[in-house]
Write a new protein. Structure first.
Length: 74
């Protein structure tokens, strides 16, 4: 009798966590590697949409040469 009381709420919570968008589960290793915030490569901190620097980083797997374009746009 006790198993359904624990199993059902646990299943609901796990299902909700799996259904959440992956925004909160970004690639923290990129942030640590480059020592830059999310908005360097993304349009906003919570957006999956990449800006020009992010697209460059995706191709080169490095920020070397990518930030020069961003600095020139200011």
């Amino acid at each position: 009798m006790r198993l359904p009381r624990v199993l059902i709420p646990t299943s609901i919570v796990l299902g909700a966590l799996l259904a959440l968008p992956s925004v909160g589960f970004g690639k923290a290793e990129y942030t640590k590697k480059e020592k830059k915030g999310c908005v360097v490569c993304h349009v906003t901190a919570k957006s999956k949409e990449l800006n020009d620097v992010g697209k460059c980083y995706g191709k080169n797997k490095s920020l070397a040469g990518c930030e020069a374009g961003k600095a020139g746009e200011k």
